[in-house]
Design a protein around this ligand. Structure first.
Ligand code: SF4
Length: 346
């Protein structure tokens, strides 16, 4: 089976991809969503999906079509039936057509995961498109895994939107007094959500993590200087240790992140980000700021996590404090550059 999966956003793709992979089906993600407005929202969802698919090694195709004009023209005379009469047909027709023209045997859509969508209408439209373009539609009731997928998306720090996509759904979301209720068949049950990520402070035997800590700071001597007085946090994913962080108090207002490391095979999956968020939440009532000393290569990562204020540079830190040359990728490290995050900023 060669499957093209129309994908509306990263959070909705999480369960669908996991479920298909558990059946040994490798989907190719297909982004075609001219229904998402305004452009800033479109870009946020698209870029999040790009990053997520890359992180889990799923092939993806992005049709760059921001379609505000056509979409509004298409729905203006049928606002009440816009989903089934315009939005699903436009997206699924393009998916089925692309799939047929590019050698896929099947197509499906992540729209099938949301209990808030008109599930039966999606099936109906998909069947029509399958017939029109002479290609198989793969149906799965992904709705059972909606909560599991959303919980995992939250754990991974993926961007989670607050409305379906079009400006009309944005209005519904904010003006609706009763709230949008999912429309589910009688007796329907979601799969239970069990958190797969846990973070806890480790008080005893911190030396057991030395091997992993050395991946971020290659001097045992340096690590020993902050490990005994520092606080060590362990992030586990499905009960496996994946990410470690060590912090140390600088003064009554400041805490320093001294070491953060994610196991090689789990990098680029958002675990470091998750750990930093946890530390920030944990320390914001106690300290005014959190600082981090880093190499040049890692500045963009920390700025993205809110460490946006430059503090100071310790020139030749890596030359003066380490016996061997310290490398970060191709960069030979010399200076230690400090940035901070304001913990009181809303
Ligand atoms: S509510 Fe969602 S599915 Fe319906 S038209 Fe708007 S974007 Fe499309």
């Amino acid at each position: 089976m060669k499957l093209l999966m129309h994908t509306c956003c990263a959070p909705c793709s999480v369960y669908c991809i996991d479920e298909l992979r558990s059946e040994n089906i490798e989907p190719v993600v297909y982004w075609f969503n001219p229904n998402i407005h305004p452009y800033t929202e479109y870009k946020l969802r698209r870029d999040c999906l790009k990053e997520y698919t890359k992180s889990i090694n799923v092939e993806s195709i992005f049709e760059e079509k921001y379609g505000l004009d056509n979409f509004c023209r298409g729905v203006v005379n049928r606002l009440d039936t816009r989903c089934q009469d315009y939005c699903y047909p436009v997206r699924l027709a393009q998916t089925a057509k692309y799939a047929k023209e590019n050698g896929y045997t099947h197509f499906t859509t992540t729209l099938l995961v949301s209990p808030y969508q008109k599930h039966d209408a999606i099936i109906e439209v998909a069947k029509q498109m399958a017939k029109k373009y002479n290609i198989e539609f793969l149906y799965r009731d992904f709705r059972v895994g909606f909560k599991v997928g959303q919980a995992k998306a939250r754990e991974l720090g993926l961007y989670i939107q607050k409305y379906c996509g079009c400006i009309f759904s944005e209005e519904d979301r904010y003006l609706s007094v009763t709230g949008n209720k999912p429309n589910l068949p009688e007796g329907f049950e979601f799969l239970p959500v069990t958190p797969s990520i846990n973070i806890k402070k480790e008080r005893k035997n911190k030396e057991q993590y030395m091997e992993l800590l050395l991946e971020a700071d290659p001097s045992k001597e340096m690590i020993n200087k902050y490990l005994s007085d520092g606080e060590l946090f362990v992030l586990t994913y499905k009960e496996e240790i994946v990410c470690i962080a060590v912090t140390i108090k600088v003064d009554n207002d400041t805490i320093e992140l001294k070491n953060i490391v994610t196991k090689k095979e789990y990098r680029k999956n958002g675990f470091g980000k998750k750990m930093i968020k946890y530390l920030v939440d944990n320390y914001k009532s106690k300290y005014k700021k959190i600082i981090v000393g880093t190499t040049e290569n890692n500045i963009p990562f920390y700025v993205k996590q809110g460490f946006d204020k430059y503090e100071k540079t310790i020139n030749n830190f890596f030359v003066d404090n380490y016996n061997e040359k310290i490398k970060d990728g191709d960069l030979v490290c010399t200076d230690l550059i400090y940035y901070s995050k304001d913990l009181k900023k809303k």
